[in-house]
Design a protein around this ligand. Structure first.
Ligand code: HEC
Ligand code: HEC
Length: 439
């Protein structure tokens, strides 16, 4: 009887004409400094409690409403009574792979994920900026996008793990992977943001936001199927081998286009998100919706994450700044001269606080056009890559194909496009590169 009623109500809800939803939250106080913590916090209820504001923010954030990324979201997001808004909320129990769990798994055990494991979030909204950030850090490291079978062995066998970029923190934990129960209730290894967006620095410490340039998303698949004696057709194998470390194919269509994993530092200074500038980052809602819909897609549109966790994730992401740059090697005057060369040759595009800027049309930048003009996320151009800690960000360009700063600025480079700073004499070239290394 109850089921029948629920179905009847559902049908009634679907049939009802869609009433225009009025924004229900007050406008943002114009005296707040844009991108300050207070300004970010002021947006929380618009995202959490205001379906109309979410839909408006989605529409405003799409650089090219025609690409697949946009079309999928325009069809299903922020519709309140249908589409992804009515999906069940999934808030799984998870266990971090700390040293104890890693050791147990190396022995062949799989710790249970049962009622004794507390859910990631108890259901109470944080009330301070710092509390949102603290919850967001947990989401970043612990909330799985989905389970993937490939990583189990990478935890149990540390050597194999190291060969595919499953890095270990000094305390023996494995950031980026968790044990969880998936939507079907099966225990498995889940991947989180930190798998691709945290990495060890020279001292071995894990740095949040740093791209995992050792992660070999193709190799781990090949090894998984080979270990089970399964055949891999030559085309698929070649495809996976071609990705190499530090790149992942995250697109929504079938084109095979691995993209370099970016560092996530200084996002609050970037007005365009993703290498092709797929999203305008006018308010934090753009990023919150990106993350919410990424989770929905990762679970094949069966569940959606609690929005509070997405807002926490955004507070955390917007707070990530790069570790301090190494001291400039040489005289301060030389650094200033290098900065002048940069301003003259590069500053018109690499213009803002993090060295990014407005979209550059593909004809002008001339690098590989496939992502920029493709159906998946194309916008007709590329965003100037942010240059925060750029010396550590090799290999360069959106597809990670240029090995060093020297080769990027070398007129003899074969990889097409980005022909800037190629006529500098040795003196200015040296100053420019030394300057870039100190950014
Ligand atoms: C499998 C690896 C992988 C995982 C897991 C992953 N990302 Fe990414 N991320 C990427 C790649 C590759 C890109 C570049 C995409 C592009 O430019 O189109 C990217 C881009 C981004 C960007 C845009 C950055 C910029 O400079 O514009 C943000 C923000 C981001 N990811 C956040 C996250 C968060 C938050 C999570 C967890 C929910 C996550 N990512 C999970 C690989 C990953
Ligand atoms: C006309 C605009 C423009 C100018 C001028 C320009 N760039 Fe760029 N730059 C871009 C764009 C767009 C990208 C991303 C292209 C891509 O990924 O295909 C980029 C990418 C880069 C990257 C790659 C960073 C990474 O992490 O992958 C570096 C380094 C860089 N630029 C340095 C410079 C330097 C140094 C100069 C001056 C000598 C310069 N750029 C001049 C637009 C420009």
């Amino acid at each position: 009887m109850r089921a029948w009623l629920a179905i009847a109500l559902l049908i009634a809800a679907c049939d009802a004409p869609r009433e225009p939803i009025a924004p229900s939250t007050p406008p943002i106080d114009p005296s707040l400094e844009p991108w300050s913590d207070a300004w970010l916090d002021a947006h929380a209820t618009r995202y959490l409690d205001d379906a109309r504001a979410r839909r408006d923010a989605l529409e405003a954030s799409l650089t090219n409403p025609e690409n697949l990324y946009s079309q999928t979201r325009l069809a299903a997001y922020g519709r309140e009574r249908s589409g992804w808004d009515v999906l069940p909320v999934w808030s799984p129990r998870v266990r971090r792979i700390d040293a104890e769990v890693a050791v147990a798994m190396a022995r062949g055990e799989t710790p249970a994920i049962d009622e004794r494991v507390a859910p990631l979030w108890a259901g109470t909204r944080p009330t301070t900026h710092d509390a949102w950030i603290a919850l967001g850090e947990r989401v970043f490291f612990e909330l799985p996008l989905r389970t993937e079978p490939f990583w189990d062995r990478a935890i149990r066998d540390a050597e194999h793990g190291a060969s595919v970029g499953v890095e270990r923190a000094p305390d023996g934990s494995v950031p980026g992977l968790v044990l969880t129960r998936d939507v079907e209730g099966r225990t498995g290894v889940g991947i989180t943001c930190a798998l691709c967006h945290s990495a060890r620095d020279a001292s071995g410490a894990i740095v949040a936001g740093r791209a995992r340039r050792t992660l070999d998303y193709g190799r781990v698949r090949i090894d998984f199927y080979e270990a089970r004696g399964a055949a891999i057709d030559p085309h698929t194998r070649a495809r996976w081998e071609s990705w190499g470390p530090g790149r992942a194919d995250v697109l929504e269509d079938v084109a095979d286009l691995p993209i370099a994993i970016p560092d996530l530092w200084g996002l609050r200074h970037q007005r365009l998100l993703t290498q092709a500038g797929t999203l305008r980052h006018a308010t934090p809602l753009a990023l919150a919706i990106r993350q919410e819909t990424q989770y929905v897609q990762a679970n094949h549109h069966r569940t959606r994450p609690p929005r509070e966790l997405m807002w926490a994730l955004v507070a955390y992401l917007e707070s990530l700044e790069a570790p301090a740059a190494p001291a400039y090697v040489g005289a301060t005057r030389d650094r200033e001269r290098g900065a002048l060369v940069f301003a003259r040759e590069c500053g018109r595009c690499h213009a803002n606080a993090v060295g990014s800027g407005d979209l550059v049309p593909i004809d002008e930048i001339g690098t590989d056009a496939e992502l920029a003009t493709g159906r998946a996320r194309g916008t007709g151009g590329y965003r100037p890559a942010p240059l925060v800690r750029v010396a550590d960000a090799a290999p360069y360009l959106h597809h990670g194909v240029v090995p060093t700063l020297e080769s990027l600025l070398d007129p003899a480079r074969e990889e097409p496009g980005h022909r800037f700073g190629m006529e500098l004499d040795d003196d200015e070239l040296g100053l420019l590169i030394a300057y870039l290394r100190s950014r």
